[in-house]
Design a protein around this ligand. Sequence first.
Ligand SMILES: C[S@@+](CC[C@H](N)C(=O)[O-])C[C@H]1O[C@@H](n2cnc3c(N)ncnc32)[C@H](O)[C@@H]1O
Length: 265
Amino acid sequence: MKEKLVEPYYGYRLMKYFIMALIAGGIVSIALAIAIVFTTTGSSILCGVLGVILLSSGAFWHLSMGWVNDPEKIELVKDNFLDLLRNVWAGNGKVLDIGTGLGRVAIEIAKRFPESQVIGVDTWTKGWKLFGMTKAGAERNARLEGVSNRCTFQTDSALDLPFEDGEFQLVVSSFAFHEIKVPDRIVLLKEVIRVLAPDGVFVICDPFSGSFLKAYKVKNMPELLEKVQQMGIENAKFVGFKEAGVNLGRLANIWGIGYLSGRRV
Ligand SMILES: C[S@@+](CC[C@H](N)C(=O)[O-])C[C@H]1O[C@@H](n2cnc3c(N)ncnc32)[C@H](O)[C@@H]1O
């Protein structure tokens, strides 16, 4: 059967509509509040409050996460991730991408590192299917990018990876760990380290501020790095997006997005 789409799609289009709906809802509510102020004051106050909440939520999401709708910024994030990999990894061997979505990172690794063999795993949760994130979508992207022979996808959870100990030279994950609800997110890192070969490298790109960090049951980043080192990792480090040269706008910094990385002893 012929492919309908001729271009790969990795995007987050739905985020644009979510932000637009919040802003439009806010404007409509405020307009309603003004319109009915002369009839029922109670309803007017309610509409006004709702309007302000919707409008400020829309503005907040736009300023902190609106970059996901900007193809240039998405490209910048992808390039920065891949450049970093070039500095820490030899570029050959088996690679695992956890929470691969539409294969954005997995496929790019296969494209830029011709001696790599990449597997992308995901549970493709219902919520993310709304964003068009499906296994079929990832496979279609790999075919369109010409790497389907070296980049494959399978339905598996980050919490229970069906791989042997020490199977991978590189394990990556991009914006997926914070999605996984577990009492202690350190179990995800344990699984990463288990499947990593000696001298293998992991790079996790994710938000690490506030509650995102607390999900690893630590008080601060040095404590997390210490825990990671104790699990058999050397050179554990965290580099924030800003420090890594990714500028997504001021409010985007509140998420503490960056790279947690290390090398298996
Ligand atoms: C924000 S998307 C990131 C997708 C992709 N890595 C990217 O950077 O575009 C988060 C992904 O994590 C996946 N996910 C959620 N829980 C998971 C789990 N337990 N194991 C593996 N993937 C999971 C979701 O299905 C979704 O595709």
